[in-house]
Design a protein. Structure first.
Length: 196
């Protein structure tokens, strides 16, 4: 979502909101270190495939507008709050603007998703500038929004929309991803031409 909408946004077809302050992770049973609030996620044969999707949440994200809150309880997702980054991101790609299109060729990579308004995502992008960017096709949001920052408020996606679109393009399981998203049916239907 855009600035002033109350939902976070990832640049790259915009991405929206987690807005939580706690960090939650589900460490792999293969890790030899004791469970901690945020164990590193090095790529290794004993970790699940694909690697967990890491969602970095800007601390000013509004929880009540969060579209990915339910993913905190789902396996395959790890959350942390900007600027903290306790994970090893080798082998990851970042959803954003200006990269090559995300495709099945990226299926082995982990996904890094920045969750914040347009204004807040800009400094977050600088911190992760070394992570290769992958963009989404021109998927259209179903999330109702307005923006004080962008002239094109429909140009961004809710975070859950961006993750769903990325998972469809990568051939990953999307079952249940949109279960808690009010505009799920409209989003999926209006973007049907993009789904493999």
């Amino acid at each position: 979502m855009r600035e002033g909408q109350g939902e976070g946004e990832t640049r790259g077809r915009g991405d929206k909101g987690t807005g939580g302050s706690e960090v939650s992770c589900s460490p792999s049973p293969c890790l030899s270190v004791p469970p901690s609030p945020c164990p590193p996620l090095p790529l290794s044969p004993c970790l699940p495939f694909p690697p967990p999707t890491v969602i970095v949440v800007h601390p000013r994200e509004r929880r009540k507008k969060c579209t990915v809150r339910a993913l905190r309880q789902r396996d395959g997702f790890a959350f942390c709050n900007f600027p903290r980054m306790p994970y090893e991101l080798t082998g990851y790609v970042r959803l954003g603007l200006g990269g090559s299109l995300l495709s099945e060729a990226d299926a082995a990579h982990g996904l890094l998703v920045l969750d914040g308004t347009w204004r807040h995502v800009q400094p977050m992008e600088r911190m992760f500038a070394t992570i290769p960017i992958r963009s989404l096709p021109p998927v259209v949001t179903a999330y109702p929004r307005t923006s004080k920052v962008s002239a094109d408020p429909d140009g961004g996606l809710a975070t859950i929309e961006a993750i769903y679109a990325a998972y469809r393009l990568l051939g990953r399981d999307t079952a249940g991803l949109l279960d808690h998203y009010h505009w799920a049916a409209e989003f999926v239907e209006s973007n049907r031409r993009f789904w493999p």
